[in-house]
Ligand binder design. Structure first.
Ligand code: MGD
Ligand code: MGD
Ligand code: MO
Length: 690
């Protein structure tokens, strides 16, 4: 099929034979937009933002406007493929579904007969849909007794820290940011990765609100804020403590709110007293006046809101930093207003019935080990051991591209290339991961299957109706697992439930599927200012700063930094972060021509002060390296990078980058303080002109 011309975003006047179908953007993004798909003659020709859905407000980001281009891409995998050459040679032949499923079922069955824990599922949020994500797939692996996967690659440090503080992944309503007077955008490039939040922040700005951005990179979002605090990576916990110091010193605390609705403030207060603006400034790489000014604004510009995002928790101390920042709105009583408080994730508000979707009861008395997806590289290279369990013999990958996105790719690649590993990948495209599979199975895209969605950035449930028939021989993830279950004689009837039946279970009795289908999306019934009078979803209803069980949070410095690893810093003096590129969604869309043309090439932003002494010129090739590997790309000499920190924008497919490398060549597999997450932005490197 010919590639679609890129969509321009203007409204098409639908044809006579055309129809609109209600859909939801499936991507791992806080915005979870409501979409309308225009279908003409059985073909999806356009996707648009639903003008009536308040968060979407009729607008889609550029990359999702290209969704039809992605769906009808000439390189879509449309038939099952079986490897013929050596692992990673990229040689596959087309086979029938029957042959593929029979062979896969036989291979998995043989492994399961020895030890089902040698089989590991690997999936993340390629689609955020509750049906095509963890429903029949999870049931299948539970029924089999396979290893469980700890899905930590993105947000677990922040999520667990937030839940430890507030009792759940809960926060402000997105729409109320429009009424805030101060918005602190903390660890987020909202224009790139949370565009629909940015429109509410813009409304607030037009009404006179002050916008502050806290980010080591001078992002396009930082450009548009009144103030940018260009902190060193991994120092946000210190900044939060410094702000607390000032709130105490200037007596700006809401003592009544603290007394009534929090537990454990005295222990944290004690720690904060040590963080003078000068000490804070020195650790964070900013000025003491910047700390004082932000504390002053935070205490005086009410209602004050924090849009915290996951960018700041991809470092060793990410969990403690989130706990510290989450305390701030309690200290000034910001939660008393609906436009005050904090939003990191709203997903905990949704009444998702995970047990019904995933059926962990199918495990019975079995208690298989858990493999952390963030250490898949090291784990694929491990032999059987009592503390580890069996060697991993089979991987079933869906909704993820680990060879490109998991940390420390030299090990990930080596692991996936093991000749004795049996790998099945359900995919739309021949990604870096599909290249090293034994079988690649064609998956449907969001336009071709049914799903229902929650969101982690707003509070509306959404429907996604299939707009077109599956392309080629593609099947929904659910269908593949239903068929595998049948062939492997896994007999629980829940393994054969239809997508509609599963969708109806997603929100239990709270949201009826019929009503969701009729209306397209539904807002959850929630209080306006959820914690105005306490009411946190903790056992006591109070915000937990510290308790008998948990110590007060503290600043935890990076694994790799001048302060914690001086010998390493002498060899690799530059800190590296690798935030997403605006026109990609993690590693998705990298193969969509119109978007790749905008991003150009893989690049590393480096400040002139770091570039000049190294003889690095703008546009020249550079070798970025450390003990783990080397990454080749183009240098962009730019003040978007701060001195001492380089920005390797992600996440390119390795095979589309220079010398088959991407930025994860350099990241490591050490974990965060809370939540066992990866530390993508806690890395030291050196850069040379290439
Ligand atoms: N266009 C686009 N949108 C996306 C994605 C994408 O790949 N592309 N990814 C999606 C996904 S999976 C997620 S999880 C969300 C992520 O959403 P966010 O968490 O909002 O992530 P980013 O926009 O990546 O913002 C991270 C920002 O944090 C900054 N940062 C890095 N280290 C630190 C630090 O130590 N402290 C502070 N304060 N800031 C730091 C980076 O420079 C970057 O600007 O976005 C989603 N949306
Ligand atoms: N260096 C560095 N690495 C990072 C990050 C970073 O900031 N820096 N960010 C991290 C973060 S926040 C995240 S969330 C992870 C993301 O990592 P992943 O969750 O692996 O996300 P993607 O790279 O988008 O890959 C998703 C894949 O799922 C496929 N897919 C989409 N829908 C479906 C479907 O319905 N069925 C099937 N079978 N497949 C489907 C897509 O084609 C795509 O190849 O990456 C992490 N890696
Ligand atoms: Mo993510």
């Amino acid at each position: 099929m010919p590639p679609e011309t890129p969509l321009k975003g203007e409204c098409a006047i639908p044809h006579e034979s055309s129809k609109f179908v209600r859909a939801a953007c499936p991507h791992d993004c806080p915005d979870t937009c409501a979409m309308r798909v225009t279908v003409e003659g059985g073909r999806a020709v356009k996707v648009q933002g639903d003008p009536e859905h308040p968060p979407t407000h009729g607008a889609l980001c550029r990359k999702v406007s290209c969704y039809p281009e992605r769906t009808y891409h000439p390189e879509r995998v449309l038939h099952p493929l079986k490897r013929i050459g050596p692992k990673g040679s990229g040689h596959f032949v087309q086979v029938g579904w029957d042959e593929a499923l029979r062979d896969i079922a036989d291979r998995l069955q043989a492994i399961a007969a020895r030890d089902p824990e040698a089989i590991v599922p690997y999936s993340y949020a390629g689609t955020m849909g509750l049906v095509q994500g963890e429903s029949i797939a999870a049931r299948f692996f539970h029924a089999l007794g396979a290893s469980r996967l700890d899905r930590t690659i993105c947000a677990s440090a922040g999520s667990e820290a937030l839940a430890a503080t507030y009792g759940g992944k809960v926060g402000m309503h997105l729409e109320h940011f429009a009424e805030s007077r101060l918005i602190v955008i903390w660890g987020s490039n909202s224009i790139a990765s949370n565009l629909h939040f940015w429109s509410f922040a813009q409304q607030a700005k037009r009404n006179g609100a002050r916008l502050v951005c806290i980010d080591p990179r001078r992002t396009e979002t930082a450009d548009k804020c009144h103030q940018h605090l260009q902190v060193l990576p991994g120092t946000d916990g210190a900044l939060a403590l410094g702000l607390m110091h000032e709130l105490i010193a200037q007596d700006r605390l809401d003592h009544d709110y603290i007394e009534r609705y929090t537990d454990g403030w005295p222990a944290l207060r004690e720690k904060a007293l040590a963080w003078t603006p000068e000490r804070t400034a020195q650790v964070c790489g900013i000025t003491a006046d910047e700390v004082r000014q932000l504390a002053h604004d935070y205490a005086t510009l009410a209602p004050a809101a924090i849009r915290l995002n996951y960018g700041m928790q991809r470092v060793k101390g990410g969990g403690n930093a989130v706990r510290l920042i989450a305390v701030l709105p309690c200290l000034v009583g910001a939660w008393r207003h609906r436009a005050g408080g904090l939003l990191l994730s709203s997903s905990g508000w949704f009444p998702v019935d995970k047990a019904a979707l995933q059926r962990p009861d199918l495990l019975g008395a079995r208690n298989p080990r858990t493999v952390n997806m963030s250490t898949i590289g090291a784990d694929l290279l491990r032999e059987a051991a009592p503390e580890f369990g069996p060697k991993i013999e089979a991987l079933v990958v869906y909704n993820s591209n680990p060879v490109a996105v998991a940390p420390q790719s030299p090990q990930v690649v080596q692991g996936f290339r093991r000749e004795d590993l049996f790998t099945v990948v359900l995919e739309h495209f021949m990604t870096d991961t599909a290249d090293v599979a034994d079988y690649v199975l064609p998956a449907t895209t969001q336009l071709e299957h049914l799903d229902v969605h929650a969101s982690y950035g707003h509070t509306y449930a959404l429907i996604n109706e299939p707009a077109v028939a599956p392309l080629g021989e593609a099947k929904p993830n659910t269908q593949v697992f239903r068929e595998l279950a049948a062939r492997m004689r896994l007999e629980d009837p829940c393994l054969q439930e239809s997508d509609e039946t599963v969708a109806a279970q997603a929100f239990g009795s709270h949201i009826a599927l019929d009503e969701l289908r009729a209306r397209g999306w539904m807002k959850l019934a929630l209080p306006d200012a959820p914690f105005a009078d306490g009411g946190f979803p903790t056992p006591s209803g109070r915000c937990i700063i510290a308790s008998a069980a948990v110590e007060a949070p503290d600043f935890v410095p990076n694994h790799e930094s001048r302060a914690t690893s001086p010998a390493l810093a002498a060899r690799y003096p530059l800190a590296m972060i690798s935030p997403p590129a605006r026109n990609f969604l993690n590693s998705s869309f990298v193969n969509v021509r119109s978007l790749r043309d905008i991003e150009g090439e893989p690049l590393l932003e480096i400040h002139p002060q770091d570039a000049v002494p190294r003889g690095i010129e703008d546009g020249g090739t550079v070798r970025v390296f450390n003990d783990r590997g080397e990454y080749w790309c183009i240098a962009r000499v730019s003040e978007r990078a701060r001195p001492g920190v380089v920005n390797g924008l992600g996440i390119w497919w390795r095979k589309l980058g220079q010398r088959g490398t991407n930025v994860n060549e350099l990241t490591h597999q050490r974990l965060t303080d809370i939540g066992r997450g990866p530390c993508f932005y806690d890395v030291l490197v050196e850069v040379q002109a290439g």
